[in-house]
Design a protein around this ligand. Sequence first.
Ligand SMILES: Cc1ncc(COP(=O)(O)O)c(C=O)c1O
Length: 396
Amino acid sequence: MFEPSQSLVNPGFVDPLERRDSGVLKWNRYPDGVIPAWVAEHDLGPPPAVVTRLHELVDMRAFGYHTSADDVGPAFSHWTTQRHGWTPDPELILPTANVLQGIWACVEALTGPGDGIVYSPPVYPPFLDVAPTTNRRAVHWPMMRTKEGWRYNLDALGELLEADPGIGLLLLCHPHNPTGCVLTAKELERIVELAHVHDLTIVSDEIHSDLVYEGSTHIPMLTVPGAPSHTVTVTSGVKTFALGGMLCAVAVCGDERLHSAIRSIPVELLGVPNRMGCEASITAWETGSGWADNLLDLLSRNRRTLFDRIRAELPQVGMFLPESTFVAWLDLSEFKTGDHPARWLRHMTGIAGGNGPNFGPGGEKHVRITFGTSAELLDEITDRIITGLKGQEETA
Ligand SMILES: Cc1ncc(COP(=O)(O)O)c(C=O)c1O
């Protein structure tokens, strides 16, 4: 049923024209001369087996109502056993359309109006929308910049929870987008301890968890002792396998109580995943381990290249080597970027990055650059940033 070859398709080459013609958002927001590095989506496409499976479904005209969602939980559990040593019970896994839907469902099911939702800016921008769109209260727990890189500040979380008993839910970005910070076992244990003391629900967004580099390890929140009674993990294969348009994700509930709370949302409101998304995710999770290893090798080389070149050739740009994700968080505060650093960078270099201020407090003067592309395109992205900003520095 599946293609034997699971290697990346032509990893050294990404054809911009083909990407534009395929209609993907990343390649169609800006004009031809601009290289897009703004969405957290890699350009390497899905594993060949996924494409084969989707072809089969098209050939069978398998577009009716379906039962594929039933197989999503077991496939996910197989994947996390293989990749993270974590075997969640498929009975506690709810398929959702995407990760954000899972987050919003948790907030609706597990908190009430006026409850505090705590999260760590600068962070993936939709996190900032959670409280205002659900009549909850946003509580900021800022990321901490240290000499070594960005970290979660556990003491500050303890103080926040002590001072505000109305905080009901922690929305954890694990690993953290945009800084790439990976939480350690000790940090996770402290969060769980705090969750017990303050009766806090943890929603752990682990969408970037497959993309963790040598030197760090992803520890699934639900493997931390004491976590299951307080945790729902939301994740998908979207980042690893470039399936953002396919719509299939999972909400993994730590126990029956959390599961039935989310199940109490009528399915008509909660929604369901798409057939193609289910099949793509199942195929990727069942067969994509070797492919994901190859992807990680390529991304790891890219991250090193970008980091080393920025350090050596443009040290005025602040960058830490990300522990995970395929995004780099660039500090441009040495430059006169104005209040829209991504637009400024685009004008200076022809590279479209993510605009730091959209990631909330702490994002000012920053741009997020996606390095999930071919080595060849990454060279061009890096060349353009270095050449464009060196000129700016001389004229500033
Ligand atoms: C931390 C995080 N969560 C969720 C998402 C989006 O996931 P989905 O498209 O499944 O809602 C992203 C995408 O960039 C992300 O970085």
